[in-house]
Design a protein around this ligand. Structure first.
Ligand SMILES: CC(C)(COP(=O)(O)OP(=O)(O)OC[C@H]1O[C@@H](n2cnc3c(N)ncnc32)[C@H](O)[C@@H]1OP(=O)(O)O)[C@@H](O)C(=O)NCCC(=O)NCCS
Length: 152
């Protein structure tokens, strides 16, 4: 099967993106917050679509020469098929062309799929925030701060 096409998101995608976000995170972002990010000139908003439905999305926010992966989520039924990898890979040249030299993110220490994905994509550990994630957890979990260079 051909890979799901990637496209830029518009604010019309905010509800679908919020549903995807809620499927992946205990502290779900509301559609209005997601719409505001999609509309921001500093944000690159990418999604993957299959049969007319948004099945994965990612938001990248740039400031100075750094970009930050604000969030990324794939619908549970579509995980492990490479959608998140393709979204990040597609973003890199766009972010580079906009003058970014580094992509930053943070990830919960107990998020094995995301840590596997980021390691495979060349992100390395810069530091940690102790007990940063609390939502949906009985015990707080550290945030791992990671980055990778973006080459033009
Ligand atoms: C993290 C997430 C975005 C990955 O999306 P995806 O479309 O499944 O990503 P990909 O298919 O490109 O890659 C996932 C990788 O994790 C691996 N993986 C899946 N479950 C795993 C586990 N329990 N432990 C380790 N690796 C795992 C997959 O095998 C795959 O690696 P591979 O391609 O080398 O085999 C998705 O799991 C998700 O939406 N999670 C909830 C939201 C979230 O945690 N976002 C990241 C916050 S930092």
């Amino acid at each position: 099967m051909l890979p799901a096409p990637l496209r830029l998101l518009t604010i019309a995608d905010a509800d679908a993106a919020a549903r995807l976000h809620a499927s992946g995170f205990a502290d779900a972002w509301n559609p209005a917050s997601i719409a505001a990010l999609i509309a921001s000139e500093t944000v690159l908003a990418l999604g993957a679509e299959e049969a007319g439905a948004l099945i994965a999305f990612a938001l990248f926010q740039s400031a100075a020469s750094d970009s930050e992966l604000l969030t990324i989520a794939t619908a549970p039924a579509h995980r492990g098929a490479g959608h998140a990898s393709r979204l990040i890979a597609a973003a890199l040249p766009v972010l580079a062309a906009a003058g970014n030299t580094r992509l930053l993110l943070d990830v919960a220490e107990d998020n094995a799929p995301a840590r596997h994905l980021y390691a495979r994509l060349g992100f390395t550990l810069d530091g940690r925030r102790k007990a940063y994630y609390t939502a949906g957890r009985s015990v707080p979990v550290d945030a791992l701060l990671m980055s990778r260079p973006i080459s033009g």
